[in-house]
Design a protein around this ligand. Structure first.
Ligand SMILES: [Zn+2]
Length: 288
């Protein structure tokens, strides 16, 4: 397995070198434009409106078909990709299509030390015993989401902390999924997407996590790391129940992601959709 990963890395590095050559040319042209800013005021305003998108677009050389379509403007929304069932292979696609993306790291590790260690840390540090000595490696979980129906969780592991975080972020961006939201609480019946439409459960290892719809104002009654995932998915009220060894945070988070997957697996009728106020993916801000 590690050999394959190395090959991939080399490929990516080669591509990066190619892109930098083209990128330098582009940088020169933009510098010339910057010298004469007065002549084109209308274009400047347009560019100012989408600074993040332009930054990723200019330095990005897409390798896949979907990437090329996103860059040329053929695909303009993330919902389109999910409807067609396409697989995202480049993290830039999510960066361009979901500009409001926020990221966070989950505390899966534990500080070592006296008195039981205890303190939760971002990186889970493990060691392999070898002839030369102990070889440490670091692992972490990253979450990305737009707090409006799209969320992704990714795992990354490396010998150093920084590459582990980057791998995790990349994996999270590649695994962004659509969340089905609604109001399944009989105490509330507001038909707004503040909770989940029905009870759902996920499993990983011994951990079983059950998520239940809650009325407005309840808040997040879940374990703090799952809270981060659900908050970035755009859920504000939820109840939960967990079974098994939940202090294994890796399994707990995987169970949470499994539960969110199961949310999409349920077949629903148009009548239910109206009754529970189900919303798939993100909603426009004007409606809020
Ligand atoms: Zn409600």
């Amino acid at each position: 397995m590690p050999k394959k990963e190395d090959n991939k890395k080399e490929d990516i590095e080669e591509k990066k070198e190619e892109t930098t050559v083209e990128g330098e040319e582009k940088v020169e042209t933009t510098a010339k434009d910057a010298e004469i800013p007065v002549e084109k005021p209308s274009e400047e305003i347009k560019e100012a409106a989408k600074p993040a998108q332009n930054a990723t677009l200019s330095g990005w050389n897409p390798a896949t078909d979907i990437g090329k379509k996103v860059k040329s403007g053929e695909i303009t929304s993330f919902a389109e990709i999910k409807e067609k069932g396409l697989k995202v292979m480049e993290p830039e696609i999510t960066e361009v299509l979901l500009p409001e993306l926020e990221s966070d790291l989950l505390l899966i590790g534990q500080a070592k030390g006296k008195f039981g260690g205890g303190q939760r840390r971002v990186f889970k540090q493990t060691q392999k015993k070898t002839k030369e000595g102990n070889k440490p490696s670091f692992a972490t979980f990253a979450v990305v989401g737009n707090s409006n129906g799209y969320v992704g969780v990714g795992y990354g592991k490396s010998k150093e902390t920084v590459p582990a975080r980057e791998k995790a972020l990349r994996n999270a961006k590649l695994s962004v999924m659509k969340i089905r939201r609604g109001c399944g609480s009989w105490q509330c019946e507001c038909k707004q997407p503040h909770s989940i439409p029905f009870e759902v459960s996920g499993k990983c290892g011994s951990v079983i996590l059950k998520l239940m719809p809650a009325p407005k104002g309840t808040g997040m009654c879940v374990e703090p790391e799952c809270q981060k995932v659900l908050r970035l998915a755009g859920i504000t009220d939820i109840w939960s129940k967990s079974l098994g060894q939940t202090k294994t945070k890796t399994n707990l988070i995987k169970a949470c992601v499994d539960a969110l997957h199961n949310l999409n697996r349920m077949k629903i009728s148009p009548k239910d959709k109206e009754m529970l106020g189900i919303v798939e993916g993100s909603i426009k801000k004007e409606e809020n």
